[in-house]
Design a protein around this ligand. Sequence first.
Ligand SMILES: *Cc1c(COP(=O)(O)O)cnc(C)c1O
Length: 390
Amino acid sequence: MRYRIATDLVRAGRNRARNEGGVNPPVHRVSTLILERVDQLYDDDNVKTYGLDGMAVHEALAEALVAIEGGAGVTFAPSGLGACALPFLAFCEAGSHALVPDCVYGPTRRLCDGLLARFGVETQIYDPRIGADIASLFRPNTRFVWMESPGSLTFEVQDVPAITAAARAAGIATGIDNTWSAGLYFKPFAHGVDVSVQALTKYQAGHADVLLGAALARDAATHARLRRVNKELGLGAGGPDDVYLCLRGLRSMPVRLAAQAASALKIATWLRARPEVAQVLHPALPGAPDHDLWARDFTGAAGVFSFVLHPAPEARVTAMLEGYRLLSMGFSWGGYESLIVPCDPQLKRTVARPRFAGPLVRLSIGLEDADDLIADLEEGFARLTGQRAE
Ligand SMILES: *Cc1c(COP(=O)(O)O)cnc(C)c1O
């Protein structure tokens, strides 16, 4: 019997024997595992020999992640960024060329410009809206195409099937940062991607209390490559308490995300009608940039989006941002609490710089009542324009 995802996420990873009868898996704090026989000590293909590979709770979380996105296996990393690094290190070597979209999450760009460059991997930034024309950038030494859709901060939706078709025809591996959809609303493996990365820190953990990442592999050979990098770097599988919290968060993720997405769309619609707002960048909003591509490939939306203000004095924008009662300023997103950040200082673009009318602001909508958040935003606009709120 095939169930829908909310049902699968309630049941995933439940294994009576492994859980010793419990609904939830045990949390083992383990570095050393004690083995009975000499031959087992060196048989780590078949026997757990050391805590770095993870224990029951890691297996349960991996099963839940595969229930969402499919694939042949999960490689964990201690953060979402660490998980983003895995496929680059798995597919590239000194002398390789990799392609990265201009809308990429800033720290992933820093990885490319820093560590990867120092070890002889050249990354080239491409326009996230390039589609099938990505093929024109392929070189004999191109080994990997990275995607992120929608893009961090600016929410461009990439034509993933067009890009993966071009890459596959040229024998080039592909990976995607699929954090925004939480894996629920976009299925990378159905669109030809080899590696799907989740910053589990965001919606999966969902409570702003865990840092964790995962790289899911399309097939066993790709999974083996990712695992090898994890092992060579000694990244481990995440602390057992963090992994447990993430699994606990996952159980309610479809419900939380549905509520957060509905509030976000209501707020985005309200923002679009405001005179202070030049543009709303939310792909699920009809008429917003890339809405058609989103509607073609996604089955839902997250609660994170941006909006562009009309030009305003910096001090006014600061007063708007610093005075909210409910919206807090802070990085990350996907937790139960709403967050707001001005984006311009971290907007690093090199080939496809969007021309925005004024300051760019990102919202992560939490579980507060949407109308309370709208009232908070409205007071903020009064601070922005110097008018008193009604
Ligand atoms: C937050 C984030 C990451 C990194 O996750 P961390 O756990 O904070 O390292 C990667 N990609 C995207 C799109 C993110 O939003």
